[in-house]
Design a protein around this ligand. Sequence first.
Ligand code: C5P
Length: 300
Amino acid sequence: MVPVIVRTPAKVNLQLSVGPQRPDGYHELLTVFHALSLEDTITASEGSGVTLTMAGEGAEKLPTDESNLAHQAAALLAQNAGIEPNVTLHIDKQIPIAGGMAGGSADAAGTLVACDALWRLGYDREQLSEMAAQLGSDVPFALHGGNAIGRGRGEEITPILGRGEFHWVLALADGGLSTPEVYRRCDELRGDEQVAEPEIADELLHALRSGDADQLAGALRNDLQAAALSLRPTLRGLLESGIEFGALAGLVSGSGPTCAFLVRDGDHALDVAVALTATGACRTVKRASGPVSGAHVIAS
Ligand code: C5P
């Protein structure tokens, strides 16, 4: 059987509005996801049971057993189809781990798509989305890609039709941040404060429809940023440096610690990336654009 190769994107939240904690422990969200050209590549080939290997960005720090979300994705898909999960998976990582860019979720979404093709199951996107939601809050968006509103715990996706391409510089920090810890800190910082019902900013929707980077720069917002900065104060200086070097805007990506800088175009991205690299304030700097497609087969 020919191996199936799938590409699967990172995300940045252009707006991340965190509502109150629900009885199940999750927070009610209103978010706008944007899929980025920073992608992991998954190769699925015939195997016996699920075996997983990884290479690339942070791969040595990740477990390859059942605790890996990609492993769980293969098992869940096989269970739904009533077949044995026989697959050899290899993931080439570019998306930082525990970086607030949904790298683990991207791998889970990509594994669903890869195994569905390898095992010739023919599930449609809606069926795969239901399985994706069981694996994690950000997994349905990694399947979907593009620009989309996320509601509920982030798993209820509504696409946003947009125009144009946006360019980004991503500053990857040393070490990750734990998502549950960042949400906890957000609650602590808010204390008893009443949390207003979140709404999607009109300015953000206009910016996505018109492809206007300056307008988008003014509309970026992340409720988890204060919590991430409180857990990792050095990120404040990094965000300031990006703006000093000419980025249109900078924000913490999701629960951090990756910082995402919106820039004007590819040349501008290179200038900002070179300047940020020279500061030595971050582990590595990458360039990306968006929106891009969700997890999809590139060869089989
Ligand atoms: O769904 P996922 O496993 O990616 O979520 C990781 C953790 O992030 C959850 O266990 C929870 O602590 C936190 N979270 C949350 N509210 C959300 C999404 C995630 O509190 N909407």
